[in-house]
Design a protein around this ligand. Structure first.
Ligand code: COA
Length: 160
């Protein structure tokens, strides 16, 4: 049975932690749609297009993945695309409450769409995009945490 999954996030920017989850998920699903959300509670550093370009370049080594923008509810996008799974990365205990709440609400909204949690490599468990943006802003070396295209975009964005 071939299952399509979506991997929603703001990806501002995509990091090696996100890519690690995608590489793990790519063996489990027929297709994964990286779904770049307009998170109502965030003002991204990178534009929609900038984020999309970085994601596409960062995942082009993973054959069954693609990236699209979307706005609205994640479950609505899942139903629209025929996705039966929402992939979420569970990093530390601190993620659990928020993920638990979203998973239960999404299940209430669309019982046929399942949330699938994957654990990232331990070296990325403390990573998030805000931290990367902050480190890059103050010229810290983030080479080990982001793909080259993101490193270049951060360098350009902060004029280092
Ligand atoms: N490696 C590294 N960082 C990771 C990660 C991983 N495996 N998984 C998550 N993160 C980071 C993200 O980069 C993000 O960092 P930031 O907040 O510093 O930018 C942080 O952890 C939180 O990630 P996430 O929960 O995916 O937040 P998000 O803003 O990237 O995406 C949506 C949240 C898009 C899933 C959520 O806003 C959403 O669903 N929006 C649409 C409306 C909707 O359906 N709401 C839910 C109703 S139940």
């Amino acid at each position: 049975m071939s299952v399509i999954a979506i991997y929603p996030g703001t990806f501002d920017p995509i990091t090696n932690g996100h890519i690690d989850i995608l590489e793990r998920a790519s063996g489990l699903f027929e297709k994964i749609i990286v779904t770049v959300a307009n998170n109502p509670s965030k003002t991204p550093l990178f534009t929609d297009d900038e984020r999309l370009v970085m994601i596409r370049e960062s995942i082009n080594h993973i054959p069954n993945t693609e990236a699209v923008m979307f706005s609205g509810l994640v479950v609505d996008f899942a139903i629209k695309t025929g996705a039966k799974a929402i992939i979420r990365g569970l990093r530390a205990l601190s993620d659990f409450e928020y993920e638990f709440q979203m998973a239960l609400m999404n299940h209430k909204l669309a019982p046929e769409v399942r949330t699938v949690f994957l654990m990232p490599n331990e070296k990325y468990t403390y990573l998030n995009s805000s931290l990367i943006r902050q480190l890059a802003q103050f010229n810290a070396d983030v080479t080990e945490f982001v793909p080259d295209c993101v490193l270049q975009a951060l360098t350009q964005k902060f004029g280092h």
